[in-house]
Write a protein of this length. Structure first.
Length: 297
């Protein structure tokens, strides 16, 4: 048989008293009398069947049971207060903050945002870049990042199912024609992106051309930079289906030969696990997953 939950006011009195270790200060915080606080704590102890405080001559001290119970009660009250404010209070109109991988935002998300705005005009969104992830990710409700989908403490929804393949401008700098075969890549500048496990080395191995060595290389800290240099004719980049489809359609990039390699890395929408998610964040999550499913092979 399940144990009956204690009244919320008893739990609030316990939590405030445990923080202050003083009935009088807890009473002042909750706008109650000291006697009322003491009585509610006693009622809680009676229902739980154990003492939560040691009454000492000079104050209070938590028992082992009180120490174990306090973090749970504190977190529940905090989450309830946050949810109440966000759904029914001023927080209801706050901006939804999404921290996004820059190349994904520019090449995939931005062209689709008008559909979200048309469907949900009442939801305001603030986008930040996660180039400096440690700084920007802390404030975000959700984040779009690249990887294999497993990050401690986070839940992830996959947004892309890409293939890797070389891309370049139809005409390279100096009027040089694109390579006609993978072996010809050794005569061109390869554009590498730092932080991607599945880069040029991975593609060459999987496509069966691990013996090919480029004469020149350039490195970038973002894929958006490498793709722009490729678009300007500065070298050969590795394209990902979801990111280069539009540029290929416009004729800004071409795939000089057909050797696609499936990726295990992907773009994901992530959020803290076991944490309250604002209704606006849930709405955005449902919408972006729907958009991603449209592109799924």
């Amino acid at each position: 048989m399940k144990k009956k939950l204690p009244p919320l006011n008893w739990l609030r009195s316990f939590e405030a008293t445990a923080r202050h270790l003083n009935f009088t200060q807890a009473a002042g915080e909750l706008n109650l009398t000291q006697a009322a606080i003491s009585q509610q704590v006693k009622g809680l102890e009676t229902q739980l069947g154990t003492m939560l405080f040691k009454r000492l001559p000079r104050g209070l001290e938590l028992t082992d049971a009180g120490k174990a119970y306090l973090p749970v009660v504190h977190e529940c009250i905090r989450r309830l207060a946050t949810a109440t404010d966000e759904i029914f209070g001023q927080g209801k109109a706050r901006l939804l903050t999404v921290c996004s991988n820059l190349v994904f935002f520019t090449n995939w998300l931005a062209p689709r945002l008008h559909r979200f705005r048309e469907r949900y005009p009442e939801i305001g969104i603030r986008f930040t870049s996660n180039i400096w992830q440690e700084e920007d990710g802390k404030e975000a409700d959700m984040e779009i990042r690249y990887g294999k989908g497993t990050w401690p403490g986070l839940e992830a929804d996959r947004l892309s199912w890409d293939e890797l393949f070389p891309v370049c401008s139809p005409v390279l700098a100096g009027g040089v024609a694109p390579p006609e075969t993978p072996e010809a890549l050794s005569d061109y500048t390869l554009l590498h992106v730092i932080g991607y496990e599945e880069g040029w080395g991975y593609w060459l191995d999987q496509a069966g051309f691990s013996h090919v060595k480029a004469c020149q290389e350039m490195q970038f800290d973002t894929l958006i930079s490498a793709l722009e240099v490729a678009r300007q004719g500065g070298g050969i980049a590795l394209g990902r289906t979801s990111l280069v489809r539009e540029m290929i359609g416009k004729g800004e990039l071409i795939a000089p030969f057909d050797f696609p390699v499936a990726t295990s890395e992907a773009f994901h929408l992530v959020r803290p696990a076991f944490k309250y998610i604002h209704p606006h964040a849930e709405t955005f999550r449902s919408w972006i997953i729907e958009e991603a499913e449209r592109d799924r092979p």
